[in-house]
Design a protein around this ligand. Structure first.
Ligand SMILES: [Zn+2]
Ligand SMILES: [Zn+2]
Length: 352
């Protein structure tokens, strides 16, 4: 552990320089004045395999606190020092009580004014159920908690901030985040400081006005044998306004399967005469004899025949056809299923 007690005073290993650490060890060897915070056992000062100074039980006795790996200690040490340098107060192995009586012990606990942030380093495997249960206990206690998992797979509700933590070498860790250019690795201390200063946000595209590209593609008309264009997909360029954020995309099929497809098409697409100039037939509700329903469809700009969803897979030569802006409203996200998991994500501002 990075914390022990001297009477009722906390002693934190990451707050001592090398000289202070050696002096404390000598003093403790003579006086045995330090106590563990998990039980009242006497303390021995050690250095981990990764050279992190920490406090251990002189004799473990009946204490049930889990032994920590050197990676777990090192990650906590880096997080704690990053929090301090960001001007927050910090302690480790902080014990708290939820309103329902459940006890929690936070790996790293940061406070500033009325804000409380907890960082949990999960080096041992934890099931999704347990993560959700522990998160709920923190939430009930009014504590905002971030999870850093060694394990690759975890599936938590998207609003819970949870990321993969990777040990690169010695005392170097990074956090894996999703960006427009793929998975990016942010150095742990930079990530922690960013998280405390607003660089980490949930669903930042919600209610934002963002650039929209309508992508079009060529289609060989099966009836008139000419080659008109069709509306193929939509790309919302979130990364332009939010550096690192993934662009949001959805297909024409995603749009046409929405219950408010017609209204949305009017908002997202240029009017029929602009479409016609681009050799795109009117995009509107049409009755399909095959499916026996009306749905939003592309049509041939030359002969007017409906292009069913089936045929759109034969479109080719996709290019950006039109640019405008779109308001990422709740209505839009609710109307197009594939947008939900693209909008409700954590975004780390990579420009900071
Ligand atoms: Zn103990
Ligand atoms: Zn045609």
């Amino acid at each position: 552990m990075l914390k022990c007690l001297n009477g009722d005073q906390e002693v934190l290993s990451f707050q001592l320089d090398e000289k202070g650490w050696d002096l404390l060890r000598q003093q403790n060897q003579q006086e045995r004045h330090l106590q563990m915070s998990c039980c009242d056992a006497r303390v021995v000062l050690k250095r981990s395999k990764l050279n992190v100074p920490f406090f251990a039980h002189l004799k473990r006795g009946l204490c049930t606190s889990a032994a920590e790996t050197s990676e777990h200690l090192a990650a906590k040490f880096l997080i704690a020092t990053a929090i301090e340098s960001a001007g927050w107060r910090v302690t480790t192995e902080m014990k708290g009580l939820a309103p329902n009586g459940a006890v929690w012990i936070a790996d790293v606990y940061a406070t500033k004014n009325d804000w409380i942030r907890v960082f949990e380093v999960q080096w041992s495997r934890q099931s999704n159920e347990e993560s959700i249960a522990r998160h709920s206990i923190y939430k009930q206690s009014g504590v905002r908690t971030m999870w850093l998992f060694r394990q690759k797979e975890f599936e938590l509700p998207s609003e819970i901030p949870a990321f993969r933590l990777i040990h690169r070498s010695e005392n170097s860790f990074c956090v894996e985040i999703e960006t427009e250019s793929g998975e990016e690795h942010i150095e742990l201390q930079r990530f922690v400081k960013g998280a405390l200063s607003g660089a980490l946000k949930y669903a930042p595209t919600m209610n934002a006005l963002l650039p929209l590209e309508v992508w079009i593609a060529k289609m060989d008309c099966f009836k008139c044998k000419r080659t008109p264009n069709i509306v193929a997909e939509f790309r919302i360029l979130a990364s332009r306004n939010l550096p690192g954020h993934r662009d949001l995309t959805f297909s024409f099929e995603d749009l046409s399967s929405s219950s408010v497809a017609e209204t949305l098409a009017q908002q997202l697409l240029p009017n029929a005469s602009v479409l016609q100039k681009a050799r795109i037939g009117p995009v509107k509700m049409r009755y399909s004899k095959t499916l026996r329903i009306s749905y939003l469809s592309n049509a041939c700009a030359y002969c007017g025949v409906l292009f069913g969803q089936f045929f759109s897979h034969h479109a080719y030569d996709h290019v950006s056809g039109f640019e405008s802006t779109v308001d990422i409203s709740k209505n839009l996200v609710d109307a197009i299923d594939s947008l939900e998991h693209q909008v409700n994500v954590w975004w780390f501002n990579t420009s900071r």
